[in-house]
Design a protein around this ligand. Structure first.
Ligand code: PLP
Length: 385
């Protein structure tokens, strides 16, 4: 099996798996005052420290969550609850049109509570339209929440510029960093964000754990204050082993970032070349914007990407990540926001590669994908050179 669906989830790094198994094998509740409790607590705190180091934060600014979904909900709903009533004229939240459901849903919940939710469009290059963003950010907006890198295209968003605009009008800024942290260098100070969500399984840690960075001078989301502020955790018992393994994955990401970035970029250029020249005649999208090193999005020259996925899904893991399956009448809101027609959405493919793949793996995957496309062309009677 060749795994090219790294935007869904990365394989767990072997070092993180070792840390997880070692920590799981030890008894103890991190709150207990005995040697087993101290050990569990030290696993947990080591995880927070390593995550802080990954993004240039301090450990006290790191709140462990069950993943980026929970972190986003805390940042959006928790911040609204924390500041509600303090500035009655600020009841607007601004999102980008490319957001993951994990941001859209909490924003929808706020809309039901009477907040105004405004969506900023994408430009023609897969990035947030900065002119529109500037027009939307004013003293009525309490929070802007946008992704740092896209889960569909891998495009890195201009968060530094957006946070400067936000600060000018006193708006808080949250970035969904699920696809960014651990994949390229991310520094919360340089980005200028108040909140940043992270997901361990996107950078080689276990699934079911993540974190929310809350800047020391930013309002703390309501639930964190109301729950257990000292433990920096929402559940009573800290997930010590999961946090430790997330921290180990973060450490390896920091250590290997230059080498892995070069390797991932090389693999993407290789697959781009092979898919564009072969029967798939893939056209890479948004090439003028910066992207996550191991990510790329394409439009394929076959009627439906779903057919390719179905033909290969026991051998090669790829994804169209779209609600828009073959024959569906429902276009994906995010792909529509990226100005892709319904037909293009049906032919959309995203790929996520990284340290776990070799050049030979990419050759084999591209050959299998082009072969499958050639069969589709034969079946539909289309002849390609
Ligand atoms: N945000 C983005 C941009 C994502 O890609 C994902 C995962 O697909 C999430 C949030 C949710 O992350 P988690 O699985 O940690 O809840």
């Amino acid at each position: 099996m060749l795994y090219l669906d790294g935007l869904s989830s990365w394989p767990m790094r072997p070092e993180a798996k070792d840390t997880l198994l070692e920590a799981l094998a030890q008894p103890g509740n991190a709150n207990s005052n005995h040697v087993a409790g101290w050990q569990a607590n030290s696993h947990y705190e080591a995880g927070r420290r390593a995550v802080a180091d990954l993004i240039g934060a301090t450990p006290t600014e790191i709140f462990v969550t069950s993943g980026a979904t929970e972190a986003n909900a805390l940042a959006i709903i928790g911040t609204a609850r924390a500041v509600a009533g303090q500035t009655p004229n600020r009841n607007r939240i601004v999102l980008s049109a490319m957001e993951h459901d994990a941001v859209r849903r909490p924003a929808d919940a706020l809309r039901e509570l009477g907040f105004e939710v405004v969506v900023c469009p994408a430009d023609a290059h897969g990035a947030i339209c900065l002119e529109s963003m500037e027009a939307l950010l004013d003293e009525r907006t309490f929070l802007v929440s946008t992704m740092l890198a896209s889960n569909l295209t891998g495009i890195i968003q201009p968060i530094g510029k957006i946070s400067r605009m936000a600060r000018d009008v006193g708006t808080l800024i949250h970035a969904d960093g699920a696809q960014a942290a651990g994949k390229f260098s991310v520094d919360v100070f340089e980005l200028g964000v108040d909140y940043l969500s992270l997901s361990a399984h996107k950078f080689g840690g276990p699934q079911g754990v993540g974190a929310l960075f809350v800047a020391a001078d930013a309002p703390k989301p309501y639930e964190l204050t109301a729950a257990t502020p000292v433990k920096a955790n929402l559940s009573g018992t800290q997930p010590a082993a999961l946090a430790a393994a997330m921290g180990r994955a973060a450490e390896i990401s920091v250590k290997n970032v230059s080498r892995e970035t070069a390797h991932s970029r090389f693999l993407i250029s290789l697959i781009n070349e092979q898919l564009s020249r072969g029967a798939l005649r893939a056209e890479r999208l948004f090439t003028s914007s910066p992207s996550i090193p191991g990510a790329a999005a394409f439009i394929l020259d076959i009627p439906s990407t779903s057919d390719l996925i179905d033909a290969l899904n026991t051998k090669i893991c790829i994804s169209n990540a779209s609600a828009c399956h073959s024959g569906s009448l429902q276009p994906s809101p995010v792909l529509s926001a990226l100005h892709l027609s319904h037909d293009e959405q049906n032919r959309f493919l995203r790929i996520g590669v990284g340290w776990w793949l070799s050049e030979q793996d990419i050759d084999a995957a591209a050959a299998a994908m082009n072969d499958a496309a050639a069969k589709v062309h034969l079946a539909t009677g289309e002849v390609h050179q």
